[in-house]
Each structure stands twice: as structure tokens, then as C-alpha cells.
Design a protein around this ligand. Structure first.
Ligand code: NAD
Ligand code: UD1
Length: 337
């Protein structure tokens, strides 16, 4: 099985490529290296024993896409490529809509020309907006509170319309909850450029001494300890969800939508404590104001993926924190240039 992996040099894409190789699949990576480094390819090879084919280019480049599709018999596409920083999306909405929405449309159009009719799209739990209750299942109403979230929602809606007009296509929307953790080897992990936006990489950089303290965004939410609660999922489990989706529904025509989460919520302070235990370091923190746009709690009902994909998360919070710390220690400043 040959699978074109857009954004395959990034955090989730690189981990997924390793598992694809382990399962005998052939990932072909397409990435513009906007948010990743060439050295990721060396790490994929080191861990998996195989160096995937890599095309450096942009999903918005029609000619480039046509040339890649013409060179290979691609069975399916996993589409990770996109921009993902919520704050940046508020400042640069056009860039986000261009990259995430236009990019996906150009990609799907190229797939159509190449007669490749199976795509798995990286969506996000952000499409549930501020949910009325938890746990969240796939039939909950969707909404967006920022341009990043709206770009994911627009793509979901475009792909839904497209699938209805083209019923022989297989389109899978995977809604990730909060991906964390690293490959157990410590060779691959999350490598945010600049100040991390997300909790886990921030905690990890405080523990290693790159940042002085964590700002905890609010302790007055209606949650057990007042801090925000999220469904953190190990990136290895998340990657396995893509393999399960490819195998179970990747060749089945239809629109398939799944939550990829653990079904368990942890608070910010629980995450800090777990990381302190894993690292043996103190993670200094200050309570500050709530971050605009944040919600109190968000965790998945992962039952649909269990029933239909035979997939569920198996890595616990200890593994998430131990593996993150292993990666952080081995790569204190991330991937080499
Ligand atoms: P990432 O930034 O590490 O990886 C994305 C990759 O896509 C990068 O290597 C980047 O260089 C590449 N890319 C971006 N725009 C491109 C373009 N126009 N053409 C070609 N390549 C391009 O992000 P990630 O955390 O691995 O996320 C992967 C996907 O999952 C994204 O679509 C993201 O929105 C989605 N997602 C991520 C999270 C998360 O917390 N990490 C949560 C929900 C959804
Ligand atoms: C954020 C995005 C979401 C995106 C997801 C994955 C927002 C509002 N939402 O989700 O759209 O899909 O990342 O990329 O940005 N926290 C702190 N201090 C920090 C960082 C985070 O206290 O320095 C808290 C947050 O308030 C939240 C929890 O930690 O309660 C998790 O935050 P984060 O990792 O940013 O993820 P989300 O906000 O869930």
C-alpha cells in the first residue's frame, strides 16, 4: 500500500510514517518544511530502518502535486499538512484559510485528476467549540471560535459535500483531542519553534530549564481543581488510529468521522504533577488569567473508533510524560538543523 503523507515531516505525521513502515506500508512524504526539519527523515530511518521517499513542496502547488501523483501508484492520502497555531491564526486569518482550506482543495483536486479516491484528514476536537457536556461524541454540534478552528470546520464541510457528490470516495475525518508524548526511542517528538503554545511542550521546557515557569491559564473553572481539563492522547496511540482507519475504512466508500482520544480528562495541575514525577524535576508555575477562547473541559467519547476501527488508546499518562521527558532530555533544543 503506497500512501502519500502530506505534512509527514511534522510531529504527528512522522510518528505515523514509522508505524506505516512497521506495518509494511510505503509512506511517501510531501512537506514544505514550513514547520519541520529535514533531519526528521534521518530519525524516521534510524527508528524504522527505512528512509521514506520525500518530496519537498507545497500542497497548494498544482503542478508539483500532479508530478508527484504521476510518479507513483498511490492508494490513499493522509493529509496532515497545515498550520496549527490558534493565536497566530487570529493574527493571520488569510494565511490560515489559504494553507488549510485552499491547500486541501488543491490537494483533493489533484487526487481527482490522479484517480486516487481515499483521504484521511487531520481534524481537531476544536470543531466541537464549547461543548454543552462531556464526553463528546461525533454527533455533537460543531462550531468555531477562531480562524484555525474555522479552517478545520470549513474543510470538514467541503469534504462532506464532495463525498456526497462523489459517493465512491472514502473520506475520513479524524478529530484529534490533545496529542502529546514522543516516540519511546526518544528520537522523535514535538519540536515547537519559539515559545510553545501548548501545555505539554511548555511544561517540558520548564523542566529542562529552557523556561522559568509555566503560566497556568486560570484556576477558577468549574473543574475539580479549577484548572482546565483536556483529553491528552499519546502520539503513538494517535498514529495507530490512522493505521486502523486506513485498514478499516480507507477502502470503504463513504464519509467516516471519528474522535481520537482516550476518554479520560486531566487538569493542568495533574499534568504538572505527573511530569514532575516522570522527570524528577520541579515544574514552577504561576496562576494567571484565563486564556481567551479556552474552555473548561473537553474529553472524548472514543466508543465509535473502538467499535468501528477496533482502535483504542493504550498509553497512560505516565507513558505520555516519561516519553516526553526522554525526548526532551535527548534533544534539549529539538531536532538539529
Ligand atoms: P506539524 O506542524 O508538526 O506538522 C505539519 C506539517 O505540515 C509540517 O511539517 C509543515 O512543514 C507541513 N506543512 C504545513 N503547511 C504545508 C503546505 N502548505 N504544504 C506542505 N506542507 C505543509 O503539526 P502536527 O502537530 O503534526 O499536526 C498535523 C495536523 O494535525 C495539522 O493539520 C494539525 O492542524 C492537526 N492537528 C494537530 C493537533 C496538535 O495538537 N498537534 C491537534 C488537532 C489537529
Ligand atoms: C489548543 C487549541 C486547539 C488545538 C489544540 C491542539 C486553543 C484555544 N485551542 O487546545 O484549537 O486544536 O491546542 O493544538 O488554543 N495551558 C496553560 N498554560 C499554557 C498552555 C496551556 O495553563 O502555557 C492550559 C490551557 O488553558 C488548557 C490546557 O492547558 O486548559 C491545554 O492547553 P493546550 O495544550 O493549548 O490545548 P487546548 O487549549 O486544549
Amino acid at each position: 500500500m503506497q500512501v502519500l503523507v502530506t505534512g509527514g515531516m511534522g510531529y504527528i505525521g512522522s510518528h505515523t510514517c514509522i508505524q506505516m513502515i512497521e506495518k509494511g506500508m510505503t509512506p511517501i512524504i510531501l512537506d514544505n518544511l514550513d514547520n519541520s526539519k529535514q533531519s526528521v527523515l534521518d530519525r524516521i530511518e534510524l527508528v524504522s530502518g527505512l528512509r521514506p521517499l520525500f518530496y519537498q513542496g507545497d500542497i497548494r502547488d498544482k503542478t508539483f502535486l500532479d508530478s508527484v501523483f504521476s510518479k507513483h501508484n498511490i492508494d490513499s492520502v493522509i493529509h496532515f499538512a497545515g498550520l496549527k497555531a490558534v493565536g497566530e491564526s487570529v493574527a493571520k486569518p488569510l494565511e490560515y484559510y489559504d494553507n488549510n482550506v485552499t491547500g486541501t482543495l488543491v490537494l483533493v483536486d489533484a487526487m481527482r485528476r490522479a484517480n486516487v479516491k481515499s483521504i484521511i484528514f487531520s481534524s481537531s476536537a476544536t470543531v466541537y467549540g464549547d461543548p454543552a457536556s462531556v464526553p463528546i461524541n461525533e454527533s455533537f454540534p460543531t462550531s468555531a471560535t477562531n480562524p484555525y478552528g474555522r479552517s478545520k470546520l470549513i474543510v470538514e464541510e467541503c469534504l462532506t459535500d464532495f463525498q456526497q457528490a462523489n459517493p465512491d470516495w472514502s473520506i475520513t475525518l479524524l478529530r484529534y483531542f490533545n496529542p502529546v508524548g514522543s516516540h519511546p526511542s526518544g528520537e522523535l517528538g514535538e519540536d515547537p519553534q519559539g515559545i510553545p503554545n501548548n501545555l505539554m511542550p511548555f511544561i517540558s521546557q520548564v523542566a529542562i530549564g529552557r523556561r522559568e515557569f509555566l503560566s497556568v491559564f486560570g484556576d477558577d473553572y468549574a473543574t475539580p481543581d479549577g484548572t482546565g481539563v483536556r483529553d491528552y492522547i499519546h502520539v503513538v496511540d494517535l498514529s495507530a488510529g490512522h493505521i486502523a482507519a486506513l485498514n478499516k475504512v480507507g477502502t470503504k466508500s463513504g464519509l467516516h468521522t471519528y474522535n481520537l482520544g482516550t476518554g479520560i480528562g486531566y487538569s493542568v495541575l495533574e499534568m504538572v504533577k505527573a511530569f514532575e514525577q516522570a522527570s524528577g524535576k520541579t515544574v514552577a508555575y504561576n496562576i494567571v488569567d484565563r486564556r481567551p477562547g479556552d474552555i473548561a473541559e473537553c474529553w472524548a467519547d472514543p466508543a465509535k473508533a473502538k467499535t468501528e476501527l477496533d482502535w483504542s488508546a493504550s498509553y497512560d499518562l505516565k507513558r505520555m510524560t516519561v516519553d516526553t521527558w526522554n525526548w526532551q532530555q535527548k534533544n534539549p533544543t529539538g531536532y538539529p538543523d
